[in-house]
Design a protein. Structure first.
Lengths: 280, 253
């Protein structure tokens, strides 16, 4: 569905990506993680054709997004962190924008709006940031595009809305769709994003499913730090430690994405080795 | 490059609701201004030149300012993403904005001005028995003005696509600088060609007559006309289209 090979990109003289490779398959909700400035948003923008790569190949559904053919654009919906809405009512917005998307489903749109408790007859500019985001997400999902890019989608959503967001998104994905979520709010994305893609230092350093991670690594809470073997990663928690160890049982353990991300950032080689051993 | 009339109409419909709402507000304000000015002029006395002066004074700057705002969403950080990712081709997006700022504005301005002139006519007739004349929108002079607008508007259209901020002012400034540059170039060329004449104490204009006779000046004027009417507008539209096609999200400010 999305294939990036040998892609270079930079802002001026600052190279952000060098020879980046990535392959994303349909039917998944990918979680794109990385530190601040790692290039998560930039990567989404390159994949959607908003930025042009300097070298290499980027293909979406077998076509170059940089060419911006209308038929490919109709397969993409991008919900950015800082988005723009016009002074239109929800109904007018649908009337003006939905015809651009062939598979737009009016009933689906209404059901998403209802789920998010968003009135369709009010001007979008009168909505709060979170309401606008929920409106655009409802519209984007109802467009039934093959690819949905979401940049920090839970920022600005209240606690019940985050729940609704997870529920709606989980129900929306099917075998034909790929959803890519770039986020720092990994706790909001628990049990939703799978596989996990981590971008760091201009390349993709990890692209694994939650099942693979759970089979290779064990994340648990301990009172005292074990000394033999020394955990791959440990972090102090209330009254003890959260540790990441190699999973030798072979049974799939639960994955705390935040802990896993920190483990990758601090002990990347050991995490990779554990993942490789299990895969091998 | 794919082109679809359906998508063009969808774009124009969308643009009408989102981009040009302010233009309608400006038109309503302009109608009010015309009526008020009509009343003031009729009160003073001579109304014969009213439309000859006022219409170009409102029509040309109004059109240029409107055209300069054609791609305001392309240069805004929050809306550029929306503009680029809207499922339509760069050609369709460019054409939609061009049609609005060119022929659509022209028709709207004629219609709006005619309505305002009609209101001013009856109002002044009622108040002073010295009516503002009816507006005749298709006189020879006005047709020439419309054609000139459609040609020169292309420069502001290019400015709207090219400059990221203050499109109108930057276009005017660029045109001023370019005219200075070409004036200097012309001066230099003239100095090189006719440098010897400056040695004379008295410059006799009849010296140039042989040149006119040979058709050099007519040739130059014809070339300038071909450039102005036939080359400049398509060139500006083409460069605007290329600019839209190559726009990246990082262009937004």
């Amino acid at each position: 569905m999305i294939r990036i090979s040998g892609m270079d990109f930079g802002y001026g003289k600052n190279h952000l990506f060098r020879g980046l490779n990535l392959n994303l398959k349909p039917g998944n909700i990918y979680g794109l993680l990385g530190k601040n400035g790692a290039g998560k948003t930039t990567l989404l923008q390159i994949m959607s054709g908003l930025l042009f790569p300097e070298a290499g190949e980027v293909l979406l559904l077998g076509r170059e997004p940089a060419k911006r053919s209308p038929s490919l654009l109709a397969e993409i919906f991008f919900l950015a962190e800082d988005f723009h809405v016009n002074a239109l009512t929800g109904e007018a917005y649908e009337l003006l924008y939905a015809p651009f998307y062939e598979r737009f489903d009016h009933h689906q749109f209404l059901s998403y709006l209802e789920e998010f408790d968003i009135p369709g007859n009010r001007k979008l500019t009168t909505f709060s940031y979170g309401q606008r985001k929920k409106f655009l997400l409802s519209f984007g999902l109802a467009c039934n595009t093959s690819i949905l890019f979401l940049d920090e989608p839970t920022n600005g959503l209240d606690i019940p809305s985050k729940n609704q967001f997870r529920r709606v998104l989980a129900s929306a994905v099917d075998e034909t769709k790929t959803i890519i979520i770039s986020t720092h709010q990994v706790r909001d994305m628990g049990h939703l994003i799978d596989p996990i893609v981590i971008v760091d230092s201009g390349s993709i350093i990890l692209n694994r499913t939650i099942a693979e991670i759970g089979r290779s690594l064990l994340m648990r809470y301990v009172r005292a730090l074990p000394s033999d073997p020394v955990p791959i990663y440990s972090d102090q928690a209330l009254g003890g430690y959260i540790v990441v160890e190699e999973n030798k049982s072979g049974e799939e353990g639960s994955v705390d994405i935040e802990v896993f991300f920190n483990a990758v950032m601090t002990a990347r080689e050991r995490v990779e080795a554990a993942l490789q051993r299990r895969a091998g | 490059m794919s082109f679809s009339i359906r998508r063009l109409f969808l774009l124009m419909k969308r643009d009408l609701h989102t981009q040009w709402r302010n233009a309608f507000l400006a038109l309503a304000a302009a109608i009010a201004v015309i009526i008020v000015l009509g009343v003031l002029v009729a009160w003073q006395g001579d109304t014969r030149q009213f439309h000859d002066i006022l219409f170009p004074l409102l029509f040309l700057p109004g059109g240029y300012i409107l055209t300069s705002r054609s791609f305001s969403d392309l240069h805004h950080k929050a809306s550029i993403r929306h503009f680029i990712l809207l499922p339509a081709g760069a050609g369709e997006k460019t054409l939609s904005r061009l049609l609005f700022s060119g022929p659509c504005y022209l028709l709207l301005a004629i219609f709006g001005y005619s309505i305002a002139a009609l209101c001013a006519h009856f109002l002044t007739l009622l108040l002073f028995r010295n009516a503002i004349p009816f507006f005749t929108p298709f006189t020879r002079n006005l047709r020439f003005l419309y054609a000139n607008y459609l040609a020169s508007q292309s420069l502001f259209f290019l400015g709207a696509a090219w400059f990221r901020k203050n499109h109108f002012l930057k276009t005017v400034l660029t045109l001023t600088l370019l005219s200075f540059f070409f004036s200097l170039l012309g001066l230099l060329a003239q100095r090189l060609a006719f440098g010897g004449l400056y040695q004379l104490n008295h410059l006799d204009p009849s010296i140039f007559r042989p040149l006119l006779g040979r058709g050099l000046m007519e040739g130059l004027i014809r070339c300038a006309k071909i450039f102005y009417w036939g080359i400049l507008p398509p060139f500006c539209w083409l460069v605007s289209w290329l600019r839209i096609r190559e726009a990246e999200v990082s262009h937004g400010v």
